[in-house]
Ligand binder design. Structure first.
Ligand code: GLA
Length: 394
């Protein structure tokens, strides 16, 4: 009896002590990592960068369908612009010649409106995530120029008209340039010629003259690709084609590209008189095959039975503090650069909310564990987020 009372008294003291420690934040809640337990609840990224540029995030189907409820308060707190990650691409929205599937896109747009966000539609004309029938007639033969232009026009008119006055901006053409030698040899280029780009912008503008229209591409820091796109935008402007911005996809690594290369491109595009946007921002922390000196190729069977070699997937069990720090430093440097050019940059948008959802876990090598974003797999803020916030406040 005595012993039981003794035990109960100590249990009570223990519970009280635990509650006090919890309130003081000394005990980490589930999913909290050591690095952020010392930090306060972060302030809103969008508020921190108010007056400099918009802060955006790509939103996916699960989020708009309500299947990822933990994402929503973070999206609405930290971002004032959203981009459709996949759900407005040709394949999902126009899977068959006479069939459009707008449900997910409708919810995406309604979500943006409900939270008063700047809504970016992505993307109208691209060579990827587009069904083969787009380029074929009913017998499977390749379409002629006029027929393909008509098909492009119908697609653009139908999609843009549905969201007219609601979607604020469109990535009209995505990834039309190549690394080195000019325009990508896509079906669009092969069948129509380079005017397919002009036409895509003109068709979009004709339907919604108030929407902002962008060209979006990756590796635009690379001098050759920058040159191609500068030439393209100049030509479009000379032809009075309505283009309002260039989106530089920011799929970066810890070391590359250099800040100087990124800066050169920000300046070059801005000098053309268009808005510059950093789109699709993420920073992979994983080594490339060249870095790891490994020729592993999942497409040739290596990936079927074998796990990705550890040298290519070193952080399966978690990210060491030292790499968290490197990621933070890289994000700090990038945002210092963006802040320096705030007069040219209109929007900086991340390609996803948290590490679990990032496409980089499966690209360019499927089945890896990457850490490219500002929130971790448990939706907790990473040191990189605090770094980006500090840059805004400096
Ligand atoms: C490109 C496209 C995006 C997306 C990413 C990978 O950057 O523009 O829509 O497909 O690849 O997620």
């Amino acid at each position: 009896m005595e012993a039981k009372r003794f035990f109960t008294a100590y249990s009570l003291i223990g519970i009280l002590l635990f509650a006090v420690l919890l309130m003081e934040g000394c005990i980490q809640g589930e999913g909290k990592t050591a690095e952020n337990s010392a930090s306060e609840e972060p302030r809103s990224l969008a508020e921190a960068y108010e007056g400099m540029f918009k802060i955006g995030v790509a939103v996916n189907g699960w989020q708009v369908e309500g299947e990822d409820p933990q994402s929503l308060p973070l999206i609405t707190k930290h971002f004032n612009t959203i981009t459709a990650e996949n759900l407005m691409k040709w394949s999902p929205i126009h899977p068959e010649p006479n069939k459009y599937t707008f449900d997910a896109a409708d919810r995406f747009v309604a979500f943006g409106e409900q939270h008063d966000m700047f809504i970016v539609g992505h993307t109208l004309v691209w060579h990827s995530q587009i069904p083969d029938w787009t380029f074929e007639d009913e017998s499977g033969d390749e379409l002629g120029r006029e027929a393909l232009l008509q098909r492009m026009k119908d697609h653009i008119s139908t999609v843009v008209d549905r969201y007219k006055g609601r979607v604020d901006a469109w990535d009209v053409v995505n990834e039309a340039a190549t690394w080195s030698d000019g325009l990508r040899k896509s079906k669009w280029l092969e069948i129509i010629g380079k005017e397919y780009i002009d036409k895509a912008f003109q068709y979009t503008h004709a339907v919604d003259p108030d929407a902002e229209l962008y060209y979006n591409d990756y590796n635009l820091w690379a001098p050759d690709k920058r040159k191609t796109v500068v030439k393209m935008v100049k030509r479009l402007k000379e032809n009075h084609v309505p283009i309002h911005g260039v989106g530089m996809q920011g799929h970066y690594g810890l070391e590359s590209p250099s800040l100087k290369q990124i800066e050169e491109s920000i300046k070059a595009f801005s000098e053309l008189g268009v808005k510059v946007m950093i789109t699709e921002l993420d920073v992979s922390v994983l080594p490339s095959r060249e870095d790891a000196n490994i020729s592993y190729n999942p497409d040739e069977g290596d990936g079927a039975d074998n796990e990705v070699p550890e040298a290519l997937n070193p952080y399966k069990e978690g990210l060491p503090d030292s790499v968290h720090q490197q990621l933070r430093d890289r994000y700090v440097q990038l945002f210092e650069l963006f802040k320096k050019h705030q007069d040219k940059i209109d929007r900086v948008a991340f390609w996803g909310l948290n590490d679990r959802q990032s496409w980089l876990n499966n690209f360019p090598i499927p089945g890896r564990t990457d850490y490219p974003l500002l929130f971790d797999r448990e939706y907790q803020p990473k040191p990189a987020l605090y770094g980006v916030l500090e840059v805004a406040e400096d």
